[in-house]
Ligand binder design. Sequence first.
Ligand code: MF3
Ligand code: CO
Length: 251
Amino acid sequence: MISLKSKREVEIMRESGKILASVLSELSRFVKPGLRTLDIDKKASELIREKGGEPAFKGYRGYPANVCISVNEEVVHGIPSSRKLKEGDIVSVDAGVKYQGYFTDAARTWPVGEVPAEIRKMIRVTRDSLYKAGLEKMRPGMRLGDISHAIQKFIEAEGYGVVRDFVGHGIGRAIHEEPQVPNFGKPGRGIPLEAGLVLAVEPMVTQGGFEVEILDDNWTVVTSDGKLASHHEDTIAITESGPEVLTYFEE
Ligand code: MF3
Ligand code: CO
């Protein structure tokens, strides 16, 4: 069952999204070589609570931390640990906020210190696959497959891989709602998009093949070939007049 949100519900999710965006924006300035990923997790939890939200991932299906932190060949769902970030790494932080009963979900990938231009390009392509391709399909009259296809085409045109085994999702009173939102697919297929649909769209991009594996911790998703991966996620409301990125912030 797909739940459409009322204007009032979208208003609450807008507040939830603002909290999450400002947390990620502060974390983008906090991330430095030498920090342990656990330090980022702690900071994220403090910031989310300070701003009136709750970290949404903690305890979700037994997830042991506040946010997911994935480094280098880790794609998503990395568990914060005493691993230290070093110059040249790339790190993705994926966070969820619960606010007045509603969830928002967003992720960004950042370079740690100086990172080669080629790697920064993968991060940019991941973000732009949403902002310059997926987003324009997110309006009434289009279909779910139009979003998926636009994202896939944009990423593959730049020579990168698109992860198939994990997908985006509807979001609202639950963190994961229907429908699933793949980052690959055929245009003109899938459910019609309507005002009130709120989706977490989350392209996962690799420098090599798109195959992934789950580590023995049962969470961390890594590329099978060990090549780098990047992730970008926003919670986006479809309105009569087009998409509204509830978790957007300027970087
Ligand atoms: N953004 C992640 C996803 O949609 C959230 C995972 S929640 C976790 O898959 F608790 F499982 F980490
Ligand atoms: Co998500």
